[in-house]
Design a protein around this ligand. Structure first.
Ligand code: AMP
Ligand code: MG
Length: 414
């Protein structure tokens, strides 16, 4: 086996990460059903329609300043101007007034500017007189007036389908007049971890037992406002029970995520069982490290992602492949992040063969602001605790064996 000989000579049989990701995305069809929810409940949901503004933004001519609205045609030659102040309009007022010709209007930011007024003076530029104002700088027509529709006209596009409604999108939708909005229905995800050895954290470990870290890691990774999570918990390596759970999950869920049991050992039942219940496996072997044993496939409308049991491998394969499949399936318009550039703080030596995602810590930054990376334990180990200290993953190309200190590497920041 590739790992056993330590040289990964069989890596050629595997798909590259790029190929596997492309196939994964190709089978992760966005869910078809959408629903209309009130904007108040739309936070975190995935927008299912292209949205255009229902109103002009701003909706009416309004003052950009606290000050005084004037008609520039009322002004004499200067250099000093005196006007009585004969009205007052604040934000929220209708803008109706009966200010006579030759008088100014007290006005505040956001208040409607009546059509017959064509400039606003900042109050800082005016001096109060008895019943009026004095100023010396002649206002330019239109100054400090925000014109109706100058930001956006009614009908102009504001958001496209597939964005997650976070703070900025919610604000845009609200200002564009959306009381409710069409979103993709929540993605139904079923999660379970396989393994006879799994014990729940907090309970004493019996002989041969380990704590189930994958369950908690994936619960955190799947904790999204657009996911309805069904967490089955641990399932023993019992083919009958596993088949039952997997079949039910495929009937119920849009996406099934499992950990463990996808490799080639006698207790690795998942690929066989998935096929036995009518599933079609699209990818099984990926030339990545950690994470070579990963499967994904489809059964009916259900998409299945079987991650390796090793928690570091499960995390990395989820980050690099699974999470992007999930995002696409949920309807998100989503592209995997582009790595930033970093440099090595120390030399690297490893076996060529598979593209590696090595946990790294940022040591410091170069004078150009580029992060300098310190390598952590090789990621094929199960040392999941190192992940919690890492700042991200360095991407080491498949063919790389050695790299000197200072060499550039792509870096995926957590
Ligand atoms: P498997 O992929 O099932 O062969 O598991 C590979 C390694 O990961 C084994 O050492 C397992 O004990 C370990 N492992 C499997 N599942 C989990 C889990 N849920 N949490 C922590 N370690 C696990
Ligand atoms: Mg196992």
């Amino acid at each position: 086996m590739a790992d056993g000989c330590g040289c990964d000579q069989h890596a050629r049989m595997y798909l590259t990460v790029t190929e596997a990701l492309a196939r994964g995305l190709a089978v992760a069809d966005p869910i078809a059903e959408t629903e209309t929810v009130s904007l108040i409940d739309a936070t975190g949901r995935v927008l299912a329609e292209d949205c255009t503004s229902k109103v002009d933004m701003p909706a009416f001519d309004n003052s950009a300043m606290d000050g005084f609205a004037v008609r520039t045609t009322d002004l004499g030659k200067g250099p000093v101007f005196n006007l009585p102040v004969a009205g007052r309009i604040a934000a929220g007022d209708s803008g109706a007034h009966d200010t006579p010709a030759g008088a100014a209007l007290r006005i505040f930011t956001g208040a409607p500017v009546p059509a017959d007024f064509d400039a606003v003076l900042m109050q800082e530029d005016c001096e109060a007189t008895t019943g009026g104002i004095r100023f010396t700088r002649r206002p330019k027509p239109c100054q400090h007036i925000r014109r109706a529709g100058e930001d956006l006209k009614a009908g102009a596009p504001i958001l496209s389908q597939g964005c997650e409604i976070t703070a900025r999108e919610a604000a845009a939708l609200a200002s564009a007049g959306y009381g409710d909005v069409n979103v993709f229905r929540k993605l139904k995800v079923t999660l379970f971890s396989t393994g006879n050895e799994l014990q729940q954290p907090g309970e004493p470990l019996g002989p041969g037992q380990i704590y189930n870290s994958n369950r908690y890691m994936l619960r955190a990774l799947l904790n999204k406002p657009w996911i309805d999570l069904m967490d089955i918990g641990p399932v023993a390596d019992d083919p009958e029970r596993l088949e039952q759970v997997l079949r039910q999950a495929c009937d119920d869920a849009d996406l099934i995520v499992t950990t463990g049991g996808v490799s080639v050992g006698d207790e690795d039942h998942m690929p066989r069982l998935f096929e036995a219940i009518g599933g079609q496996i699209d990818v099984m072997k990926v030339a990545m490290k950690p994470g070579k044993p990963i499967i994904f496939g489809r059964r009916g409308d259900a998409l299945y992602v079987g991650l390796p049991g090793n928690p570091v491998s499960a995390f990395v394969t989820w980050q690099i492949i699974g999470s992007h499949m999930m995002a696409r399936r949920a309807g998100l318009r989503h592209t995997p992040p582009t790595p930033e550039q970093a440099v090595l703080a120390e030399p690297l030596q490893r076996h060529a063969g598979r593209q590696e995602y090595r946990p790294v810590m940022i040591d410091d930054t170069t004078s150009d602001g580029v992060p300098r990376l310190r390598l952590m334990a090789p990621s094929y180990s199960g040392r999941v605790a190192t992940l919690a200290q890492a700042d991200g993953l360095a991407v080491i190309p498949a063919e790389t064996e050695t790299l000197p200190q200072g060499h550039k590497l792509p870096f995926l920041r957590f």
